[in-house]
Design a binder for this molecule. Structure first.
Ligand SMILES: Cc1cc2nc3c(=O)[nH]c(=O)nc-3n(C[C@H](O)[C@H](O)[C@H](O)COP(=O)(O)OP(=O)(O)OC[C@H]3O[C@@H](n4cnc5c(N)ncnc54)[C@H](O)[C@@H]3O)c2cc1C
Length: 503
C-alpha cells in the first residue's frame, strides 16, 4: 500500500468493520493489531496449550444490516436470521428447562407449561415485546448521539426525530413498557411477566452476562435487551468468531485495506491537538491524518495519547470510566463422555442464586456458587464463569486460579454427574489474562461497564458519544463507545461514519 491516510488501532471485529467502511469510501486504511492474529476477543488464541475450542466465544453475530452493507456474504459470512438454537437452564434433579426463541416452538411452550401454564401462555407475547424492545435499541445504537453542549444538536435533530417516531410507532402501551424496562432490574422485569423461577432466572442470567451487576441491580432490564439484541435471542448464534474474523479480513483486503498483525501501537502522535499518526512499539513511526482506535477508551486516551495532550476535565472523565471485569473462562478437556447436551447451557437456578453470586464480586471475592454459561465443542466443555473479579480482595490471581477451576468443576458437576470421571485436563483464563493477552483494561470485555450512566450519549463520556475526541482526527470506535459492547460491529460502523463526515 502507498502511504496510508487512516490508521486503525486494533483489529478486533469493530476495528475491522470500521476499516472496511473507510476503505470502501476510498480511504487508504492500515489496521495495526497488537496480537499475532486479528479478531480481538473473537480470536481463538489461547494462552498456554490450545485445546482446540474457541478461547472466549462459542459464537457471535454481526448485525445483519452490516453484513449486507459490507457484502460479507461474498466473503463467506451468511446472515443468520434465525439464531434460535437451544438455551437450556440446567436444574437440580436433572429436569432441565429447554428454551428456544423461535416463534411458535411447541417444545418450548410445553417445557414452560410444565412449570407454569400461565407463563407458557405469556411467552409468545414476551417474545413480541423483546422484538419491539430490540428493534428500538438497535435503532438507538445506529443513531448518532448529539453532544449536548454543541450546536450539533440541531444538525442531529433529524435522526433523533426519526428515532422518536420509531418509539411512537410501538404504540402507547409498548412504548412505555420498553422505556420502563430499560431502567428496571431484571427481577422487576421478570416479576411483570413470569412466575416460574427457573424461567425468570434463565432470563436473569442473560441480563447479567458479561456485566458486573446482579439481577436485582437497576438497569439489568436494559442489559437483558442489549444481550438479546446482540445474540438475536437467548442462545449463542453461529458462526464462530474465526469465521467472522476471516470474512472481515478478506473483505478489508478486497476493499484495498491492509492489516498488520504483531504491530502494537505504543503512542498516538499528536501535535497541537491534531493527530499525526502512531509510534509502534518497535520504534516505527507511521504518519496519517486520521487515527481510529478500537482499543478501549481508557487504554487509548490515557495509555496511547497521554493525559498531557488532553483537557483536564476530559482526563478526569476518562479516569472515571468504570471498567470492572469479573468474567473468567474455564475450559475442560474431557474424554467426550461428559454427558452435557449441545447448545447454550446455564447454571442459574434462581434469581436469588444469581444475586448471591454477584454479592461476592462486590466484596472482591470469587463466587462460591457461580453463574455459569456452558457450551461444548466436541470433547471440550467451555465454562463462562461469573463472578471472578479482576481485583481480588485477599489474594492475587496467581493463587486464586486453582480455586476458580475447582468451583467451576464442582458447580457444573452437580448438574452433570458424569463430568468429573470424564475430566482429563483444565485450562482457565482469568480477568488478569484478559488484560494481558487481549489488552482489556481491568479485564472488562465491554471496554467499560454497561451501566445506565455509561450508555447512549454518555458512552464513553457524557458529551463525547459521537466517536470524536478533543484531538482533531482521533476517533474512537470499539465496544466502549456508543453502540457497544458485545459483538455487533455497530460502534465500528458509527465511528467510520463520524470519521468520514470530517474533522
Ligand atoms: C468470555 C467472554 C464472553 C462474552 N460473551 C459475549 C456474548 O455473549 N455476547 C456478546 O455480544 N459479547 C460477548 N462478549 C463481549 C465481546 O466479545 C466484546 O465486547 C467484543 O468482542 C469487543 O469487540 P471490539 O472489536 O470492540 O474489541 P476487541 O475484540 O477487544 O478488540 C480490540 C483489539 O484492539 C487490540 N489492541 C489493543 N491495544 C492495542 C494497541 N496498543 N495496539 C494495537 N492493537 C491494540 C487488541 O489486541 C484487540 O485485538 C464476551 C467476551 C468475553 C471475553
Amino acid at each position: 500500500m502507498s502511504q496510508p491516510d487512516t490508521l486503525i488501532v486494533g483489529g478486533g471485529h469493530n476495528g475491522l468493520v470500521a476499516a472496511i467502511y473507510l476503505a470502501r469510501a476510498g480511504r487508504k486504511v492500515l489496521v495495526l493489531e497488537a496480537a499475532s492474529e486479528a479478531g480481538g476477543q473473537l480470536a481463538n488464541r489461547m494462552p498456554g496449550k490450545d485445546l482446540g475450542a474457541p478461547a472466549l466465544h462459542p459464537a457471535g453475530r454481526l448485525r445483519p444490516e452490516i453484513i449486507r452493507e459490507l457484502g460479507l456474504a461474498r466473503h463467506g459470512l451468511a446472515i443468520d436470521d434465525v439464531p434460535h438454537a437451544a438455551y437450556t437452564a440446567l436444574l437440580p434433579g436433572g429436569e432441565n428447562l429447554r428454551l428456544s426463541t423461535r416463534r411458535g416452538d411447541t417444545d418450548t411452550l410445553e417445557a414452560i407449561r410444565r412449570h407454569s401454564a400461565r407463563d407458557a401462555a405469556r411467552w409468545p407475547e414476551f417474545l413480541a415485546f423483546m422484538d419491539a424492545a430490540c428493534s428500538l435499541l438497535n435503532a438507538a445504537y445506529a443513531t448518532p448521539m448529539p453532544r449536548p453542549e454543541r450546536r450539533e444538536i440541531l444538525g442531529k435533530a433529524l435522526p433523533l426525530a426519526s428515532l422518536l417516531l420509531k418509539l411512537r410507532r410501538l404504540g402507547r402501551r409498548d412504548m412505555f413498557r420498553v422505556i420502563r424496562s430499560l431502567s428496571m432490574s431484571a427481577r422487576e422485569l421478570a416479576d411483570e411477566w413470569f412466575e416460574a423461577e427457573p424461567l425468570r432466572a434463565a432470563l436473569g442470567a442473560l441480563a447479567i452476562h458479561g456485566v458486573t451487576l446482579g439481577p436485582y441491580s437497576a438497569g439489568t432490564g436494559y442489559t437483558l435487551i442489549h444481550n438479546w439484541l446482540n445474540r438475536g435471542g437467548l442462545a449463542h448464534a453461529s458462526p464462530d468468531g474465526a469465521a467472522i474474523t476471516q470474512a472481515l479480513v478478506t473483505a478489508l483486503q478486497a476493499a484495498g485495506g491492509e492489516l498488520r498483525t504483531s504491530a502494537p501501537v505504543a503512542r498516538v502522535l499528536v501535535e497541537r491537538q491534531q493527530v499525526k499518526g502512531v509510534l509502534l512499539k518497535d520504534g516505527t513511526e507511521i504518519h496519517a491524518t486520521r487515527v481510529l482506535s478500537s482499543a478501549d477508551p481508557r487504554r487509548t486516551l490515557l495509555g496511547l495519547v497521554g493525559a498531557p495532550e488532553l483537557p483536564t476535565d476530559y482526563v478526569w472523565g476518562v479516569q472515571s470510566i468504570r471498567m470492572r471485569g469479573s468474567v473468567a473462562k474455564v475450559h475442560l478437556l474431557t474424554d467426550g463422555n461428559h454427558g452435557l447436551p449441545e447448545g447454550t447451557l446455564v447454571v442459574a437456578p434462581t434469581l436469588r442464586y444469581l444475586e448471591q453470586a454477584y454479592d461476592a464480586a462486590k466484596y472482591g471475592e470469587i463466587s462460591a456458587s457461580p453463574y455459569l454459561e456452558v457450551t461444548t465443542s466436541g470433547a471440550v466443555v467451555s465454562i463462562h464463569f461469573q463472578f471472578a473479579p479482576f481485583a481480588l480482595r485477599h489474594e492475587g490471581w496467581g493463587d486464586a486460579r486453582a480455586a476458580l477451576e475447582t468451583r467451576a468443576i464442582e458447580t457444573l458437576s452437580k448438574y452433570a454427574p458424569r463430568l468429573s470421571d470424564s475430566l482429563q485436563s483444565v485450562q482457565s483464563i482469568t480477568p488478569v489474562d484478559l488484560e494481558e493477552h487481549w489488552s482489556l483494561t481491568e479485564g472488562d470485555l465491554n471496554h467499560g461497564q454497561l451501566i445506565l450512566d455509561q450508555l447512549m450519549f454518555m458512552r464513553p463520556l457524557p458529551g463525547w458519544s459521537d466517536h470524536r475526541t478533543p484531538i482533531d482526527g482521533l476517533f474512537l470506535g470499539g465496544s466502549g463507545t456508543h453502540g457497544g459492547g458485545g459483538i455487533s460491529g455497530v460502534p465500528g460502523r458509527n465511528a467510520a461514519r463520524a470519521a468520514l463526515s470530517g474533522r
